[in-house]
Design a binder for this molecule. Structure first.
Ligand SMILES: Cc1cc2nc3c(=O)[nH]c(=O)nc-3n(C[C@H](O)[C@H](O)[C@H](O)COP(=O)(O)OP(=O)(O)OC[C@H]3O[C@@H](n4cnc5c(N)ncnc54)[C@H](O)[C@@H]3O)c2cc1C
Length: 475
């Protein structure tokens, strides 16, 4: 991806400015803001970092902006040895290992921004061994991005995998660009609605993490990105200074940290208008670590935060395409609501694995009934390992050539370090899959030279691995 710097011209509080700046921030494009009162449009000046002509883009059209930034172009290849769905730590680590250890042509498809959930953490990352405490999550994600680019992993941002089908006769697809015969076809949709296009993959890694939970209330969709958000970014905190009331739904660590940072911002200058309203379905305090509870309570005492316990938001209200407030009331009682004026509402209530699009290819996915019967913990999660999969390894599923790693997996521990480790493990599981039971004989295209990487991680009793029709035999 080419590096750019951007200048955003528009009124600071304008929702369109906010949308543009969030997009730039999430995609690691440095930007400055130039305040312009009541402009007709939001103007974005994009300058290539390596020199070149500045282009001016209308910020109302995010599609045009992402196209200029080359954030959502289609890949040139028609097939890859490995397609990774999701560019969080699990997907990035798997792609890096796959490419550098085994030389597979590897593509990452990402529907949001590099770094996944880890890239949107407001809190500094203090628990990742070897990374200095205080490291910003976005900086960490940027480093990963640099590593996968340097390794030659291909990267398809702004695109979502929406369907997957098994190829009946891989040898007849006529695909050219991969060493493995394609086993799956993926439908890829651009997040601006364009597409879908088909891509072929010899192996697929599902590293799709968790999709943020939604409120499911009226007005939520309408004001999505225009006041309603499912994650907070560092600039949201700085920007919030000028706001009057900001709402946060949730009472877990993510919600509490966001409330604390906003309150801290307010405390720097008590003349600021900002107030933080937290909407908590039950009692506050049981879903977050004690340190966070204490700090939220401190700011409640100083009247910077109000915790509305036992409440939920029933509707989002707005005007001129902007969120202007919410109606909230006692949990489960939509008949008794009260309005509250707000300029932003952050819904930070955790997430669920979004695996609907994987139905139909035989993957074991945790159902609501599984959870009810306490067989598994998280509905929607992909079941890996154990007797369901041939190899029984951590990231293998019951379906050939499909693997899952990170938060999308049932039993995932939901830590960055764990996701990075699982990504690495996935690449070794894939290699083991290729060399087990002679899979390589049907998986590798004739004349390709993938043999040399296999032996190191092959199960011991396999003997030597040869390249079909290639010019070399492994020892
Ligand atoms: C606010 C916050 C703070 C956190 N702080 C910490 C911390 O301090 N320390 C720590 O260890 N952990 C922390 N975590 C947890 C950690 O971020 C996650 O456990 C980790 O990111 C999981 O990695 P992953 O790769 O499995 O998934 P994710 O990071 O969730 O990445 C998955 C990616 O896949 C994309 N995707 C999903 N579906 C599709 C599709 N169909 N097509 C294309 N792309 C798709 C998503 O948009 C996302 O970008 C935090 C999490 C959050 C939300």
């Amino acid at each position: 991806m080419q590096d750019w710097t951007a200048t955003v011209h528009g009124e600071h509080s304008e929702q369109e400015v906010l949308r543009v700046e969030r997009l730039l921030e999430l995609n690691h494009v440095e930007y400055t803001h130039i305040e312009e009162k009541n402009p007709d449009t939001v103007r974005v000046e994009l300058t290539p970092s390596g020199g070149g002509q500045t282009v001016i883009v209308n910020g109302f059209d995010l599609g045009e902006l992402t196209a200029h930034l080359k954030l959502n172009t289609y890949t040139k290849k028609d097939s890859y040895d490995l397609v990774v769905v999701g560019s969080g730590p699990a997907g990035m680590s798997a792609a890096l290992n796959a490419k550098t250890l085994f030389g597979w042509t590897t593509l990452i498809v990402e529907d949001n921004a590099p770094g996944g959930a880890a890239g949107t953490a407001l809190n500094p990352i203090n628990n990742y061994l070897g990374i200095p405490a205080g490291t910003k999550a976005l900086d960490l994600a940027h480093t990963w991005m640099g590593q996968i680019n340097a390794a030659g992993v291909e990267w398809l941002p702004g695109c979502r995998a929406t369907a997957i089908t098994q190829i009946e006769d891989p040898r007849k697809t006529g695909t050219e660009d991969s060493s493995l015969y394609p086993t799956y076809k993926l439908a890829i949709q651009r997040t601006d609605g364009k597409g879908p296009v088909d891509l072929y993959a010899g192996m697929v890694l599902i590293a799709a993490g968790l999709k943020p939970n939604r409120l499911g209330c009226t007005g939520e969709e309408q004001y999505l990105g225009r006041g309603v958000y499912y994650g907070t970014l560092p600039t949201d905190i700085a920007r919030a200074r000028k706001e009057r009331v900001i709402g946060i739904v949730g009472a877990g660590d993510t919600a509490s940290v966001a409330a604390i940072l906003l309150a801290e911002e307010k405390a720097k200058d008590p003349a600021q208008r900002l107030q933080v309203a937290m909407f908590v379905r039950g009692k506050f305090g049981k879903d977050t670590i004690p340190g966070n509870v204490d700090r939220v309570r401190e700011y409640v005492d100083r009247q910077f935060i109000t915790v509305h316990e036992g409440t939920e938001v029933f509707s989002c209200l707005g005007k001129d395409r902007k969120l202007t407030g919410v109606e909230f009331g006692k949990t489960g009682h939509p008949e008794s609501v009260e309005p509250l004026d707000l300029t932003a509402l952050y819904v930070l209530t955790g997430g669920v694995a979004d695996t609907q699009w994987l139905q139909g290819i035989g993957l074991r996915i945790v159902s609501d009934e599984d959870v009810k019967q306490r067989r598994y913990r998280k509905a929607g999660a992909v079941i890996t390992g154990g007797i369901d999969s041939k190899l029984g390894s951590l990231t293998t599923t019951g379906v050939d050539a499909i693997f899952a790693a990170g938060d999308v997996r049932e039993g995932a521990v939901r830590r960055i370090a764990a996701a990075v480790g699982e990504g690495g493990a996935a690449s070794l599981d894939m290699n083991a899959y290729l060399v087990t039971d002679g899979t390589w004989q049907t998986a590798i295209k004739e004349g390709t030279a993938l043999y040399k990487y296999y032996e190191a991680t092959a199960p011991r009793n396999l003997g030597s691995v040869a390249v079909l029709g290639g010019d070399a035999l492994a020892p």
